[in-house]
Design a protein around this ligand. Structure first.
Ligand code: F6R
Length: 608
């Protein structure tokens, strides 16, 4: 949802900015731009399209300089055009800035500025910020920025340059992520870690409302009222190689194939003597754990589907009243959290605006809040009582795959831990389940080796326009996730239903042209799902099944079968989701879609 980078140092700023923007392109890719300060001048270049298009323009113009800011856009206010692309300048060309977020009172501010004679060149909320800043500036940058924060309502991460001030750029953060990087005689800012990784792993996380000045000599930070704040430096534990595609044609495929490894890393260090031990991360005593009666799990998109998978084991392994909700709904409902509530927020990025708002609400109501996130130091991680990290490594493909795997693995460990602490899960059952979990990395890898059969299935159905996905019990959230993957990267319409719901409406859609993907592992609901297959077959719909090795019966009922190894009923989502991810990938590839950057989507949704 828009990516920002900033640089000051000895290197050629356009090179650093373009490299950073390429690494942030998953946050937005409808237009891009950068501003460089050289010889006291602010030079701005913007282009509609990808960062590569901007790079060509930068090369043509031979832009050079040691200080600059850049932006990759995902349009919110104002269409996709060069005028609306960032950076934006004030009408005298004294200030230039890039912005991620939404200014809620921009119409009022724009009216005021227009009444004072300011002429706007774009339709964006961002231009209002820079025009306002130019009017607030009285030769003291900190004073102007404090006044600016008092006037702005909404969310923003900003990187700003002042034509009068050499060797320093300024940053502001409220409601949108921004990280500062510290190098040797150089300084950086970025919306997300991957942009910084080639240059530094020493970072400073800005808190809500903070203002920073970044120069070659270091970083200075102030609170929103202008008081100096001392910040600590954190070290990022991701490697730059983790953000590269290696030999894969797309990040998504690489990330799907990393899922066995993701499971191993998630389990590593959290299983001691055959038991789950999360005590180093969650320092909870029995009294605290037993004080909870309700468990709320809140998330968006794929993370929400991971939460739905976990809901089914949490209600089985613990005695808590479990309620899972979509963050954008939860925040406006009257589902009261209280001091007897443990509220879990699942978010890959830790920056999703709705999830953050839901977390703030639950916390204000007295709930104990836990984040399950992939990004250490993310806003969510810093706003909760406790954090359970996914350890999936950076995910660059816009469609979440390996982080779904990491999320369900972390949530299962958490469910086993909670069940044992509350003594609602017996030691014998806990051990048995954990033993099977430890076999899952291998079983996921076996499933991945069967990619050819998935590709062949995609070839057979690549021209279809509509799909129905069905599953029951543990497989219902997997059906939802499979349909979401297909929709978002191959633009094929796909609906997912609990298999038993089909005859309450969606069955009307069925005909020979509508394939039905049924997730039907060998579990306690197998025969029920088989009956639903009959109902779909009777309407001439082709049946594609994801089923367990050795299940011969399914071959008689389905037109095509994708196989996964046997596992316990509770563990089936770890395996059944894999062929669905691969199916979506190959469908998208055959349909020549932009797999890593699907249209209209951005990886991190930092606006409501
Ligand atoms: C789908 C996808 C999105 C995210 C959702 C939540 O492939 O990636 O649906 O799952 O935007 O994002 P996080 O987990 O970062 O809160």
């Amino acid at each position: 949802m828009c990516g920002i980078v900033g640089y000051v140092g000895m290197r050629n700023a356009p090179d650093v900015l373009l490299e950073g923007l390429k690494r942030l392109e998953y946050r937005g890719y409808d237009s891009a731009g950068l501003a460089v300060k050289s010889d006291g001048r602010l030079e701005v270049i913007k282009e509609v399209g990808k960062v590569a298009d901007l790079a060509r323009l930068v090369e043509e113009r031979q832009l050079e300089g040691c200080q600059g800011i850049g932006h990759t856009r995902w349009a919110t206010h104002g269409g996709v055009s060069v005028d609306n692309a960032h950076p934006h300048c004030d009408d005298c060309g004294n200030f230039v800035l890039v912005h991620n977020g939404i200014i809620e009172n921009y119409l009022d501010l724009r009216e005021e500025l227009e009444a004072a004679g300011v002429t706007f060149t774009s339709e964006t909320d961002t231009e209002v910020i820079v025009q306002l800043l130019a009017r607030l500036y009285q030769k003291d940058m900190l004073d102007a920025l404090v006044k600016l924060t008092e006037k702005l309502r909404g969310s923003y991460a900003l990187a700003i340059m002042n034509r009068e001030i050499d060797g320093t750029f300024y940053c502001l953060r409220k409601g949108s992520p921004l990280i500062l990087g510290i190098g040797d005689g150089e300084g950086f800012c970025a919306s997300d870690v991957p942009a910084l990784l080639p240059y530094t792993r020493q970072v400073v996380y800005l808190e809500e409302g903070e203002i920073a000045a970044v120069s070659r000599d270091g970083i200075q930070v102030w609170a929103s009222d202008g008081q100096r704040v001392e910040k600590s430096i954190s070290t990022i534990d991701w490697e730059v190689s983790m953000t590269e595609k290696a030999a894969y044609p797309h990040y998504m495929l690489k990330e799907i194939h990393e899922q066995g490894a993701v499971l191993r890393t998630t389990l590593k260090g959290r299983v001691e003597n055959g038991k789950v031990d999360l005590s180093p991360e969650l320092a909870w005593d029995k009294k605290l754990v037993e004080s909870w009666r309700k468990l709320h799990i809140v998330a968006c998109g794929t993370s929400y589907y991971a939460a739905l998978v976990a809901e089914r084991v949490l209600e089985k392994w613990t005695d808590l009243e479990v309620k899972v909700d979509i963050a954008s709904e939860y925040r406006y409902r009257h589902l009261r959290a209280d001091t007897e509530t443990l509220a879990v927020f699942v978010s890959q990025s830790g920056e999703t605006a709705d999830t953050l708002a839901a977390c703030r609400l639950a916390r204000s109501q007295g709930a104990h809040c836990l984040a399950v996130t992939n990004v250490r130091g993310s806003t969510l991680a810093r706003e909760v009582h406790d954090v359970l990290l996914l350890k999936a490594g950076p995910e660059i493909g816009v469609a979440a795959t390996k982080t779904f795997m990491g999320q369900i693995a972390a949530l299962y460990l958490f469910a086993l831990y909670l069940g044992r602490m509350r003594e609602t899960l017996s030691a014998a059952e806990g051990n048995r389940l954990l033993e099977e979990m430890l076999r899952l990395p291998y079983k996921v890898e076996v499933t991945l080796e069967r990619e050819d059969s998935v590709r062949a299935l995609a070839e057979k159905y690549a021209d279809r326009k509509d799909f129905l996905f069905l599953g029951r019990g543990m497989s219902f959230p997997v059906a939802l996730e499979g349909a979401l993957k297909l929709k978002e990267i191959s633009y094929v319409h796909a609906e997912a239903y609990a298999a038993g719901e089909m005859k309450h409406g969606p069955i009307a859609l069925l005909e020979a042209a509508v394939p039905v993907m049924v997730i039907i592992p060998r579990d306690g609901l197998y025969e029920k799902t088989l009956s639903n297959i009959q109902e779909a077959k009777a309407r001439k719909a082709p049946i594609l099944a994801v089923a367990t090795d050795g299940d011969e019966l399914i071959s008689r009922h389905a037109n095509d079968v994708l196989r996964v190894p046997w596992t316990d009923e509770e563990m089936t989502p770890f395996l059944t989701v894999v062929p669905l991810q691969l199916f979506a990938y190959h469908m998208a590839r055959l349909r020549e879609c932009e797999i890593d950057q699907p249209r209209n989507l951005a990886k991190s949704v930092t606006v409501e």
